[in-house]
Design a protein around this ligand. Structure first.
Ligand code: CAA
Length: 261
């Protein structure tokens, strides 16, 4: 269905599934992967029929084993700066996407792989998943948000230890630490993630966009300002057709039919 070389894109009704598809390199995140994802995410965001997305890795071993080390090994230092290397990940996948997307982590999520998973709105992990920021071992440091997002997700002690030593966290520890919302058996991961995305896609679409924006705002603002923003958003949603429909459907004991208006 897709013209991309490094990813697969499938539509499951209102849910888009992105699959990182370089299994021979454990789905390492090259610039080509970013270019493909940028285009695919823009198409997802622009399509009013698509309401939620899932991203996963092909094969049963890795979600993504990091940024592509072979691409970075020979790159002149000035090029990293000139290209603002890695800036596109946050800009094109996080900032440009208002609709929710879920990472279904099916194995190694290391370096940029862990960082990509943390860019998602939440992570569902398979029981064999493991997470790590091993950049220190390569003479570099996380570059796609790991030092910031991991610290916010699991706190200073674990983030500091993981980034300083490269130690990996298994799925059970990741769930205990709040890095992932749920752990499921590997054979059920994709079905569970798609089912969760379908459940989100069945919600009033303006509501899901608003919730995503508000929860993310909790990481960017004070409690007072965040609570004001929440109340204003609540009040704006009260003006929507879907609010009238949702409350009427409740009173009439039937399912709501959403317009996204
Ligand atoms: N970049 C490029 N290629 C990679 C890769 C990566 N990040 N990770 C794995 N590969 C390639 C390997 O080179 C190998 O290719 P060849 O068959 O051509 O040699 C293939 O994928 C399979 O990998 P292994 O043979 O190493 O598999 P393994 O089961 O023995 O080990 C692993 C698995 C522990 C995940 C190991 O592959 C590994 O340590 N990978 C690198 C992890 C890493 O350091 N990630 C951080 C990258 S830097 C970064 O991400 C910066 C940032 O902040 C964004």
């Amino acid at each position: 269905e897709t013209p991309f070389e490094t990813i697969l894109v499938e539509r499951h009704g209102p849910v888009t599934l992105f699959t990182l598809n370089r299994p021979q390199a454990l789905n390492a995140l090259s610039s080509h992967v970013l270019a493909d994802l940028t285009q695919a995410f823009a198409a997802f965001e622009a399509d009013p029929a698509q309401l939620c997305a899932v991203i996963t890795g092909s094969g049963d071993k890795a979600f993504a084993a990091g940024a592509d080390i072979k691409e970075m090994a020979e790159k002149p230092a000035a090029d990293f700066f000139a290209e603002d290397f890695f800036a596109g990940w946050t800009r094109d996948l996080v900032k440009a996407t208002r609709k929710p997307w879920i990472a279904a982590v099916n194995g190694f999520a290391l370096g940029g792989g862990c960082e990509l998973a943390m860019m998602a709105d939440f992570i569902i992990a398979s029981d064999n998943a493991c997470f790590g920021q091993p950049e220190i071992r390569l003479g570099i440091a996380p570059g796609m948000g790991g030092s910031q997002r991991l610290t916010r997700a699991v706190g200073k002690a674990k983030a500091m230890e993981m980034c300083l030593t490269g130690r990996m966290m298994d799925a059970a520890e990741a769930e205990r630490s709040g890095l992932v919302s749920r752990v499921v058996p590997q054979a059920e991961l994709l079905a569970e993630a798609l089912k969760t995305a379908q459940a989100i896609a069945a919600m009033p679409p303006l509501g899901t966009i608003a919730v995503k924006e508000l929860v993310n705002l909790a990481f960017e603002t004070t409690l007072d300002q965040g609570i004001v923003a929440e109340r204003r958003t609540f009040q704006v949603l009260c003006a929507t057709q879907d609010k009238a429909e949702g409350m009427a459907a409740f009173v009439e004991k039937r399912a709501g039919v959403w317009k996204g208006k």
